[in-house]
Design a protein around this ligand. Sequence first.
Ligand SMILES: Cc1cc2nc3c(=O)[nH]c(=O)nc-3n(C[C@H](O)[C@H](O)[C@H](O)COP(=O)(O)OP(=O)(O)OC[C@H]3O[C@@H](n4cnc5c(N)ncnc54)[C@H](O)[C@@H]3O)c2cc1C
Length: 451
Amino acid sequence: MQEFTKLKAEGGMARINDFRASRRAFMGLAAGGAALGAVSLPGVQAQTVRTSAHIVILGAGAGGTGIANRLAARLDGARITIVDGRMQHWYQPGFTLIAAGLKPAGYSVTTTGEWLPDGVDWVQDYAAEIDPEAGRVTTRGGETLDYDYLIVATGLSLDWEAIEGFSLDMVGENGIGAHYAGPDHAAATWRMMDRFTDEGGVALFGRPATEMKCAGAPLKYTFLTDDRARRKGTRGDVELIYAAHSGGLFGVPIVNEKVKMLFDDRGVDVRYNHVLRAIDPGARNATYDTPEGSRDIGYDFINVIPPQRAPQVVRESGLSWADRWTDQGWIEVDPYTLRHARYANVFGVGDINGVRYGKTAASAKWHLPVVEDHLVSEIAGGEGTARFSGYTSCPLITRIGRAMLIEFDYENQLAPSFPGVIAPLEELWITWLIKEIGLKPTYYAMLRGRA
Ligand SMILES: Cc1cc2nc3c(=O)[nH]c(=O)nc-3n(C[C@H](O)[C@H](O)[C@H](O)COP(=O)(O)OP(=O)(O)OC[C@H]3O[C@@H](n4cnc5c(N)ncnc54)[C@H](O)[C@@H]3O)c2cc1C
């Protein structure tokens, strides 16, 4: 077990230190280009390290694909296996644009295979069991994979069944939307929102009480519905209600204040401490849990976003926190190194990590160099130094053609990529362009390990 401790690295610490210096220079510059595209610096070449380690990556989404490309470029002789049964790769930040009628469903869809580097084995199946004591993963099909290092990048599960009365086949009928569910469901959500903003009535938005990916997306979608109604001249006929799961709209206080102000300005009615429990599609009624008991609200359009948890295989693996997020199962990693707290040969990238912030693709981008540094340095016989700051980013669309670039870290400090150029809490056209045009190429560069 854990042959990695015995692995011999070629190259030695001097080369690794050279690499680290180059890498720091690279990443410092890349921070400035974070939202606009991959930065390539001529002459900066990371050193490769020779190893026979077997690295298993679970999940070929944003994080898993990015780390596979980075490790394939850095490790010479390693066996890298990536496990994912999904044939399609989804660019999920596009779902909000699809659900607002700004992009077609195909905008977010590519294939998983096209992003995977040569020399990486792709097991087209899902992990069914993880045994971190034995260092072994078993797939649903019964294949066993013994690993030296494991990278968990499964993303999260959307727990649709937790909403009583709801099922995904209802989306696109009777005023029901669910833009988190995938590109086709996002397109169906647009059909419902389009009809609603023609006909008027009451629309319900909100978020689950669990941690969630892109906590800005439910807010963006509320703003976009408001804007669609204004453009059609029907804003006077629609009532927009946002059900906040807590006493605020956003975890970062300064952003919370700004969104509150904008919701006030746009006439969005906020119901605090309302968590969606059930819908009755026939009666078009939604039931919320509140501190005062159940509350029913009738609707003509609802965008359902369910509770979010680690996939079952992860929750049952023994990798989750024992005393935090116990109903959600995020993995117990060090918030700065993303290395597992109890299994030193396990790392997490992306949404699966049990850290305070960071369930965005933009965060996954910054997970990648950290995990790469610690894993490759260890194989080389050294110790990684890179740290994840908690960087989380969300271009918060406030109307078609305007967005605010919200970037922050573990300390709730704003972490602007373009200080002095793009004001973080201003509704700007340039920020809209970042979301609408810049984010997708950056995302794809990240998949290739180049951003
Ligand atoms: C509506 C919406 C809007 C968003 N907007 C933004 C935005 O504007 N900016 C931003 O930065 N982020 C945004 N995000 C969040 C972003 O998409 C995620 O944070 C990011 O994709 C996380 O990457 P990941 O690799 O952790 O998970 P994913 O990209 O979701 O990939 C997980 C992969 O793991 C696979 N998998 C699952 N279970 C298993 C298993 N048992 N075995 C093997 N493989 C498995 C899945 O099939 C999937 O391919 C948005 C998300 C949504 C839904």
